[in-house]
Design a protein around this ligand. Structure first.
Ligand code: TLP
Length: 340
């Protein structure tokens, strides 16, 4: 059977033949000793791109965020975070389970922003009864809001609050480059006002594995120990880092193509009378769940060789304009059938 036309996530992208060649040719060493030249190159490159001093290669976005959180905060400390952030909803409660860190949840607006004034109001007094406010967690692009890209001004506003109260700011930038491309700014501009950032190589950038955590030299030095505690010290990881370097060289600018496909899909679905929950900004299209029976639609699409998971449709390198047309054609047939 042919592989499905897969809209579930950009995580499904396959490494291309050229990326696999780069992996096969990678020079490697033992990275726990800091001796893998390809990992070291990737970490330097990631630090440059995010405007930070140093980088740390980790197995996943979840591991990058957790490593950062455990490095910034300790048991009984509190992290101020959006109630629908990925770190809260989709990372298996890692910060509480493994770090004893208390999430302090704040509502987010239709772009995925916490109100900076609410962040300030959430900061605890210095009182032995209370958890110690230590960290603010941001996310860009914002997954629960259809991949909405958040301008640098938002992080700057949060930073001002954080600076007043000696809080660290970590950014889950799983799709940082999607946000940067959509806003027409550099990734470093979006990370200027955060202390640390994780970005993923294995989503729209199409590497098979990996994320990089970036921050100051001192922070990354401490994070290296935390990564080891989490079992994330890797050995000849250069074969994976080579895919990441290939991705950074070849797959950043082309994210714009994914965004165009998403815009085309969103416009087509709207034309079919299928309402969207959010305006399409990056590589995600969110159907309005109340406007469509997702279970029935998903089943129908699966019969047409199209994979979806819920109302979120994600575009990526392994989808073409013809795939978008096939999707729209299937949705048109579905709406005709549903109208009968
Ligand atoms: N997100 C996955 C699922 O977990 C939902 C996806 O398909 O989008 N931050 C954000 C904003 C993410 O979207 C993800 C992955 C992560 C972190 C975690 O990355 P991984 O999957 O590498 O641990």
């Amino acid at each position: 059977m042919d592989a499905p036309i897969d809209f579930r996530s950009d995580t499904v992208t396959q490494p291309t033949a050229e990326m696999r060649e780069a992996m096969a040719a990678a020079e490697v060493g033992d990275d726990v000793y800091g001796e893998d030249p390809t990992v070291n190159r990737l970490q330097r490159r990631a630090a440059e791109l995010t405007g930070k001093q140093a980088g740390l290669f980790v197995a996943s976005g979840t591991m990058g965020n957790l490593t950062a959180i455990l490095t910034h905060a300790g048991r009984g400390d509190e992290a101020i975070v959006g109630a629908d952030a990925h770190t809260i909803l989709w990372e298996a409660g890692g910060m509480a389970a493994l770090g004893g860190i208390v999430p302090h949840l704040l509502p987010t607006d239709d772009r995925g922003r916490m109100d900076p004034q609410a962040v300030e109001a959430a900061v605890r007094e210095d009182d032995p009864h209370l958890p110690r406010s230590r960290l603010v967690l941001l996310e860009n692009s914002y997954g629960a809001r259809d991949g909405h890209p958040l301008p640098a001004a938002y992080a700057a506003a949060v930073r001002r609050v954080a600076a007043r109260h000696d809080l660290a700011v970590h950014l889950d930038g799983a799709r940082l480059f999607n946000a940067a491309i959509a806003l027409g700014v550099s990734a470093a501009e979006l990370t200027r006002d955060v202390d640390s950032v994780t970005f993923c190589l294995s989503k729209g950038l199409c590497a098979p594995v990996g994320s990089v955590l970036c921050g100051t030299e001192a922070f990354i030095g401490r994070a290296r120990r935390v990564r080891k505690q989490l079992g994330g010290g890797m050995r000849q990881a250069g074969v994976l880092a080579a895919a990441g370097l290939y991705a950074l060289d070849h797959n950043i600018a082309r994210l714009a193509e994914d965004h165009e496909l998403a815009a085309r899909l969103g416009a087509g679905l709207t034309g079919l009378g299928m309402p969207l929950a959010e305006e399409v900004q990056t590589n995600m299209v969110m159907l309005e769940p109340s406007g469509v029976d997702m279970k029935a639609l998903g089943k129908f699409l699966s019969g047409r060789g199209i994979a979806t998971s819920g109302p979120r449709l994600v575009t990526h390198l392994d989808l073409t304009a013809a795939d978008i047309d096939a999707m729209l054609e299937a949705c048109a047939d579905y709406t005709r059938g549903a109208a009968r």
